[in-house]
Design a binder for this molecule. Structure first.
Ligand SMILES: Cc1cc2nc3c(=O)[nH]c(=O)nc-3n(C[C@H](O)[C@H](O)[C@H](O)COP(=O)(O)OP(=O)(O)OC[C@H]3O[C@@H](n4cnc5c(N)ncnc54)[C@H](O)[C@@H]3O)c2cc1C
Length: 303
C-alpha cells in the first residue's frame, strides 16, 4: 500500500460524513477517459456534506476543484494534487414551482431536466436533452445546442461559495455570455437552478427533442470518448467547418484524433493522454489560423 500524503491523512481525520477516495484516477470520472490520479476526491451526497467538505478544505487551506459529470474536462496526466469535489451523484431533485417555473438540483443531468420539463408540458429545455453533463456544469458554462442556451431559460441560481455560504443570483446577475458565466471568473458552486419555461403541448416538445436527438446521433461520434465540441464557435465561422476546410478530419496526435464524423470533436481513439489532446488542440488551432486567419479557442476546460 502506498503511503498517505500529509493532506490525505489530515482530511481523513477532519471529514466525518463525506465519502473520500485517495489517488482516484480522474480517467474514471471524465468522458474523455483521460486523467491521472486525484490526491483526494470527495463525493458529497447532499448539501450538508458538501458544506462540510468545503469547510474542511478552508480549515486545511486547500482550494478545491469542482466537477460535475466530467464531460467537458481535460484532466492532466500527472493527476491533480489537493481536493477534487465530484458533484455528479450529489444534489439530486426536481420540482415544479408554478405554471412556468421548475427548480432543478445541480447534480441532475441535462437530459433528465429536459424530460422533466417535457412531462410537465413546459418548453425551453429541449436543447439540453442529449448534453451529457449535469445542470451545475451546464449553468457554469452556459451550455447550449441547436439555438438554445441555458441563459435563455435560467431565472435564478442558488450558489454556494467555497466557504459553504449560499446566495441566490438572478439570471441577469449570472453575466452569461457564450459558454461562460460569472462563476468561471469568481468561483462558486451551483446548487440548483430555476428555469422559466413556456407551456406547450407535450407532443410538440417531444418532437423537438427527437429531432435534436436524431441530429446528434447522425452527426456526432457518440461511440468514442470525447468532451464534446473541442473549440468554441469563433467570430466569422464554425470551428468544425474551418477544421474540415483545413483538411484536418482524422488528424491524429498519439491516441487523440479529430473525429472523422464531426471535425469539431476531438476523440480518444484508445490510450490518448492529456498531452496528446493538448498538442492536437494546439496544432489544429495553428493550422486553421495559418490557413484561414481565424483563431480557435478551446471550449474544453483544460485543467
Ligand atoms: C458527446 C458530448 C456532447 C456534448 N454536447 C454538448 C452540447 O451540445 N452543448 C454544450 O454546451 N456542451 C456539450 N458537451 C459538453 C458538456 O456536456 C457540457 O459542457 C456540460 O454542461 C458539462 O457539464 P458537466 O457536469 O459534465 O461538467 P464538468 O465537465 O464536470 O465540468 C465542467 C466545468 O464546470 C464546472 N462545474 C461543474 N459542475 C459545477 C457546479 N455544480 N458548480 C460550479 N461549477 C461546476 C467545473 O468546475 C468545470 O470547470 C458535450 C459533451 C460530450 C461528451
Amino acid at each position: 500500500m502506498t503511503k498517505m500524503t500529509d493532506f490525505q491523512q489530515k482530511i481523513s481525520v477532519f471529514t466525518t460524513q463525506c465519502q473520500l477516495r485517495f489517488d482516484e484516477p480522474m480517467s474514471k470520472h471524465t468522458s474523455f477517459r483521460i486523467g491521472g490520479p486525484a490526491e483526494v476526491m470527495a463525493f458529497p451526497r447532499n448539501k450538508e456534506e458538501l458544506s462540510e467538505i468545503l469547510k474542511t478544505a478552508v480549515f486545511l487551506d486547500q482550494k478545491p476543484i469542482i466537477m460535475g459529470a466530467g464531460t467537458n474536462i481535460l484532466a492532466p496526466d500527472a493527476g491533480v494534487s489537493g481536493l477534487v469535489i465530484c458533484l455528479k451523484d450529489c444534489l439530486d431533485g426536481m420540482e415544479q414551482l408554478d405554471d412556468t417555473h421548475i427548480r432543478v438540483a445541480a447534480g441532475v443531468t441535462m437530459t433528465r431536466a429536459a424530460l422533466f420539463a417535457m412531462n410537465l408540458g413546459l418548453s425551453g429545455l429541449e436543447f439540453a436533452h442529449g448534453i451529457p453533463g449535469t445542470v451545475g456544469g451546464g449553468v457554469y458554462m452556459n451550455a447550449g445546442a441547436y439555438g438554445g442556451e441555458i441563459c435563455q431559460v435560467c431565472a435564478r441560481v442558488e450558489v454556494m461559495d467555497l466557504t459553504g455560504n449560499v446566495c441566490v443570483l438572478s439570471g441577469s446577475e449570472m453575466d452569461f455570455s457564450y459558454r461562460h458565466s460569472r462563476l468561471e471568473d469568481e468561483g462558486g458552486i451551483v446548487i440548483s437552478a430555476d428555469f422559466e419555461l413556456i407551456p406547450e403541448p407535450i407532443e410538440e416538445i417531444r418532437n423537438k427533442i427527437q429531432d435534436f436527438l436524431g441530429r446528434r446521433k447522425s452527426s456526432q461520434p457518440l461511440d468514442l470518448p470525447s468532451a464534446g465540441s473541442a473549440f468554441k464557435r469563433p467570430v466569422g465561422g464554425y470551428a468544425a467547418a474551418l477544421i474540415e476546410q483545413s483538411g484536418l478530419k482524422g488528424y491524429q496526435v498519439g491516441g487523440a484524433a479529430v473525429s472523422t464524423k464531426h471535425a469539431g470533436f476531438v476523440v480518444n481513439m484508445g490510450g490518448a493522454t492529456a498531452s496528446d489532446v493538448r498538442r492536437l488542440l494546439q496544432e489544429v488551432s495553428d493550422i486553421v489560423y495559418n490557413k484561414t486567419g481565424i483563431h480557435l479557442e478551446p471550449e474544453i476546460r483544460i485543467w
